[in-house]
Design a protein around this ligand. Structure first.
Ligand SMILES: Nc1ncnc2c1ncn2[C@@H]1O[C@H](COP(=O)(O)OP(=O)(O)OP(=O)(O)O)[C@@H](O)[C@H]1O
Length: 236
């Protein structure tokens, strides 16, 4: 079987819950390996809840979802770290360890995901830092870096285990417009190298500038620009 033709994630008739309350229902969509997809919708419309369900932070209580080969209805707690190894997760707030330098922040993730060979750990850390343009910051503490640089480290951290998809929740939300553009370019480069991207954003400039596919949370449903006429104007 040629796995490159399999969608990297697929949801069928899913309901996204926060506790007992349904947030989105009849969710049907898939993302292919090469795709860059925006996720939009008003505040509180369910973007973060959908992303959290995809990385098994919220349980899938109804419907079907397959993410990087894991069936979310059947996933065991012990399997969740393996799911997250194949998904890179990027938040708006950086969640770096501020008492460890960049190298230690990245090494922590590698060790926690089963890497033991010190030489390989060092090599992989260098590779991802080169990819995000921050190899010179290897020994710096996070507070010595700008917001944009910290976000690059977070992206480097997400890339460590060569994920099939990056799930990004407002990754440019706290950054100046110029810095946000640079970070966005980095996501595009990563996508061109074959990693799918699903990015929640309120940034209408990005939506206007880049004609990627759009998923929109609206009135408890998920609209897909491949099938529906999705307007950007009401998504903030
Ligand atoms: N931890 C939680 N417990 C209970 N309800 C929650 C929780 N987090 C979010 N909700 C509710 O779920 C709904 C969807 O919220 P969610 O955070 O997914 O929206 P969002 O589209 O990501 O919003 P934003 O753009 O502001 O990040 C909202 O009604 C929200 O109040």
């Amino acid at each position: 079987m040629d796995f490159s033709t399999q969608p990297v994630l697929q949801m069928t008739q899913a309901t996204i819950f926060q506790g007992e309350s349904p947030v989105l229902s009849e969710v049907n969509f898939s993302v292919e390996q090469h795709e860059f997809v925006f996720l939009i919708g008003r505040t509180g419309s369910g973007k973060s809840s959908l992303l959290k369900t995809l990385y098994a932070d919220l349980p899938l209580q109804a419907g079907h979802a397959e993410v990087v080969g894991f069936n979310l209805s059947k996933i065991k707690n012990s399997e969740i770290p393996f799911l997250r190894r194949k998904i890179g997760i990027i938040f708006q707030d950086f969640q770096l360890f501020y008492d460890r330098n960049v190298s230690e922040n990245l090494a922590f993730v590698l060790k926690a995901t089963g890497w033991t060979d010190k030489v390989k750990i060092k090599e992989r850390i260098s590779e991802v830092l080169i990819q995000v343009g921050l190899i010179d910051s290897l020994m710096k503490m996070p507070h010595q870096l700008s917001g944009g640089e910290q976000q690059r480290i977070v992206i480097a951290r997400a890339l460590l285990n060569e994920p099939s998809i990056l799930l990004a929740d407002e990754p440019t939300g706290n950054l100046d417009p110029n810095v946000a553009d640079e970070i966005f370019k980095l996501f595009q480069d990563i996508n061109k190298k074959g990693t799918a991207i699903l990015m929640a954003t309120h940034n209408h400039d990005l939506l206007r500038k880049f004609p990627y596919r759009v998923l929109k949370c609206e009135k408890g449903k998920l609209l897909d620009s491949q099938m529906h006429d999705v307007s950007f104007g009401t998504s903030s």
